[in-house]
Design a protein around this ligand. Structure first.
Ligand code: NAP
Length: 551
């Protein structure tokens, strides 16, 4: 049976909850969950109960009624007897809901609740015709419960449960893999979902592993659990209906990755070329222990994803702060690395090739930032060989671009705020056989170059100097003479916003400018081709990035 898409609604009152349920149906949901714990007080007010019976009767979709108590993360703090009586009225009424949800802890602790719930739901020993079925659930908002196996065994021992639900806060991507193992071992329909930002993978990939349903909210602010995506995100961004057992898994590995545009591009690209894949944010936090800790958690996560027997993990974009970690891991594991990765010691792309039976065939890494920057620049500047190119910054992107340009015959001058790092990068390029030198950051106004490439975050939204510009273009351009004349090329790597202060200055002095979207789209396109074997839909990528940044 296909995995159901369930919109969860925290009910303020019956009228607005029914309107939301109709909207959920119109957006493509299969089922709704009415979380009545915020509107049911258990005070004995008959109007409250009638409202909830009305929800079940008038719901435009099959529904689950849940009255989550505070001790399991919900809002209900009334008497347990009233909650039990509500379940009984629902299950034995004229218009019963498709499901009621009861917590394993309550069900096993209270003989009264168990008895009343069993009267209200369909199960093998039920003697009356009852339509409602029981979802037996457990939640942990802190993390994986230490006694998860014991709780699963307790659930499996309950014949009245038609569906099992396990939800706990995922503390890392690896917790999702345990969710998938729970689904693989299920003895009846099962929901296994990770909460929080690390758990998104389990929500999107539920159809791949046969999950009974996944939850979504109608609007971002209406999420009923941490990390719950909206129905639009699930259907439009992650193409939930296209995820099947055979779907390959890709993603962006970094920390943080929540605002990355890469899922938008690659999922739309997969759709455009008909590739059976889904692309997810894959946050890998920087563990305590600095650089060593960061490498160890990155390594452990990547190897688990790659070697998981059913995940079909096929590749990743890798971003800050793990690009060096990927190059190091490839070296350690003996994976192939392209020449740009070997030159600069950082990679942004993992390609996991598999045989048709899913077995690992070949793993390689690449640095697509480097050729993306080189081709973006060459399209405007022409031949790279012999050109004098100033690089602003000496961080990860500066390193990849400076090496790539030097290895293609350019003379590179590195300007960096911290002079030592500029010297270090220039020396590393010289040691690799390239032409490079370092310049003083303060000497930038006197620089002479055919092209300037900004590899600092100055000008970036949310960066250290959002409105600023790292280069005094007017001052530079006022000095007559080649090569800093009107034919000078300015390349920006910052792409959010598309028009930085630096780019705005360029046309005034006649410089030719390349914005950061150019490089971003090209590096993504090269990743896409490496994974799918097909040319990337470049125009679509560029349109999506620009539209998204404009918004
Ligand atoms: P990084 O490793 O943190 O390096 C940042 C560099 O910028 C360092 O050299 C740093 O100098 C310098 N810097 C930071 N703040 C500065 C300031 N206020 N004034 C002057 N210099 C400053 O970062 P990265 O990974 O190289 O990324 C740099 C930028 O590249 C990002 O902001 C991003 O927008 C862009 N990027 C673009 C693409 C694309 O495809 N278009 C891809 C990746 C990244 P110190 O050594 O003195 O600290």
């Amino acid at each position: 049976m296909p995995t159901l898409l369930c919109v969860s609604i925290l009910v303020p009152d019956a009228q607005s909850a029914l309107a939301d349920a109709a909207a959920a149906r119109d957006h493509g949901a299969d089922i709704v969950e009415f979380r009545v714990d915020a509107c049911f007080s258990g005070s004995g007010d008959e109007a409250e109960t009638l409202d909830i019976l009305r929800l079940a009767a008038e719901s435009p979709l099959p529904c689950i009624i849940t009255c989550r108590p505070t001790w399991e993360g919900g809002h209900y703090d009334g008497p347990e007897d009233a909650r039990v009586a509500l379940f009984e009225r629902l299950g034995t009424g004229d218009a019963p809901p498709a499901y009621i949800d009861a917590e394993l802890a309550a069900y096993t602790r209270s003989a009264n609740l168990r008895q009343k719930v069993n009267l209200a739901v369909d199960h093998p020993k039920q003697v009356r015709p009852v339509a409602t079925r029981l979802i037996l659930s457990m939640h942990d908002f802190d993390g994986r419960p230490a006694d998860l196996s014991r709780r699963l065994a307790a659930m499996r021992a309950e014949p009245a449960a038609a569906v099992h639900k396990i939800a706990f806060r995922a503390r890392s991507l690896r917790d999702n893999l345990e969710m998938f193992d729970v689904l693989a071992e299920r003895d009846r329909p099962t929901i296994a979902l990770g909460m929080g930002e690390f758990g998104l993978m389990s929500r999107v990939l539920a159809p791949k592993f046969g999950g009974f349903l996944t939850f979504a909210s109608l609007r971002p602010q209406d999420a009923t659990a941490p990390g719950q995506p909206t129905i639009r995100e699930l259907l439009d961004l992650y193409r939930f209906r296209s995820v099947t057992r055979t779907t390959g898994v890709y993603g962006i590995v970094g920390w943080p990755v929540g605002h990355s545009l890469s899922p938008l591009l690659h999922n739309a690209g997969f759709e455009a070329v008909g590739h059976d894949g889904v692309y997810l944010p894959l946050p890998v936090a920087v563990a305590e222990g600095g650089e060593a800790g960061s490498y160890e958690s990155f390594k452990a996560t990547m190897l688990e994803l790659i070697h998981h027997p059913r995940l079909d993990f096929r590749g990743a974009s890798v971003t800050i702060p793990h690009k060096e970690n990927l190059a190091r891991l490839a070296d350690e594991q003996g994976w192939e690395a392209d020449t740009d990765t070997s030159a600069c010691g950082a990679a942004n792309t993992l390609i996991v090739e598999r045989a048709s039976d899913g077995r690992l065939a070949r793993i390689r890494v690449a640095n697509t930032d480097a050729p993306a920057a080189v081709t973006s620049l060459a399209d405007t500047l022409g031949e790279i060989t012999g050109k004098r190119i100033a690089i602003l910054g000496a961080g990860g992107v500066a390193r990849a671009i400076a090496f790539a340009l030097a290895m293609r015959g350019a003379e590179v001058i590195v300007y960096n705020r911290t002079r030592d790092r500029a010297d270090g990068l220039a020396q590393a390029i010289l040691a690799a056989g390239g032409r490079a030198s370092a310049g003083d950051w303060a000497a930038l106004p006197h620089a002479r170059a055919h092209a300037f490439v900004n590899c600092t975050p100055v000008g970036m939204k949310g960066g250290p100097d959002p409105g600023g510009s790292p280069l005094p273009i007017r001052e530079l351009a006022s000095r007559a003479g080649d090569p800093c004349g009107p034919r000078t090329v300015l390349m920006e790597t910052v792409y959010n916003p598309v028009r930085t202060a630096l780019l705005n200055d360029a046309p005034e002095v006649g410089w030719r400018a390349i914005d950061g979207v150019e490089m971003f789209v090209r590096q993504a396109a090269a990743q896409f081709s490496a994974w799918t074997g097909r040319p990337a839909p470049m125009a679509l990528f560029a349109r999506l990035v620009r539209e998204s940044l404009d918004r």
